[in-house]
Design a protein. Sequence first.
Length: 296
Amino acid sequence: MESLAFHTSKLDSFSGFEKPLSEARYVIVGVPFDHTSTYRAGSRFAPHAIREASLNIETYSLRTGVDIEHVPIHDAGDLHVVDDVSETIRRLSEVTKDIFSAEKMPIMIGGEHTITLGAVRSLPKSVGVLSLDAHGDLRDEYGGGKLSHATVLRRISEVVGTDGIFVCGVRALCSEEVEFIEKHKIRHVTPWEMRELGMAKMARQVAEFAGKFNHLYLTIDTDVLDPAFAPGVANPEFNGITPNELMELVSAAATKRMISFDLVEVCPNYDTGATAVAAARVIFEAIAQAEKSRKR
């Protein structure tokens, strides 16, 4: 685990109940990076805010019957980020490879959505990426650059293929993204389509997508939630999904196929802490669901 020790340092711990790295099944890595943020910067403060929130909410999951207090989690601290996007992504890839090689699940707390590319580049082959996001993030360039929170899923599609991505909750696209989606028949569903379909059928669609691959990577952009529930995000977008709908999607994704996940784009300075609490709860529930699936 040399690169893990080299690239991270620790100030506080997620959940407050922690096992040594050697005994853990789940490893938390904070990524305090928002270098390409364009509307509301500040997601670099999210790892600390989410960890703080996690210390102050109950650990028992009523959905799963799992208590996070009894789950072997290790918090590896925060990635040593730099202003160079490519270098930060490379460092995160090294850290996640280290965690995978130790047969543990890496869980990233962003930071901006660009960090997902670093994690995905470290994944084994035959992986599907489920993105819960208000935005497509499918532009080829943004602000003159190829690596950005607005291009991250486009770059990921170059790693896993366009048939390896599924975007749920999307409701904000530019014409370039619409053309790319239509050309490559990228799976996507809006909040109103989800409601018309019903969450039980929506969960089956997630399971059907995951079943095409050996592994599933879940990335949760917190702006998938309607701003009424999560105002403290980098790019809030009207007409989003509800917390219950988000938890249904997370529960459907967090099966034995889920190899890793991240949660990104919380900007704690734009609310009074509610979004960080929501983020901590979502991470708790995703871990609990993964643990329940593992035991099953």
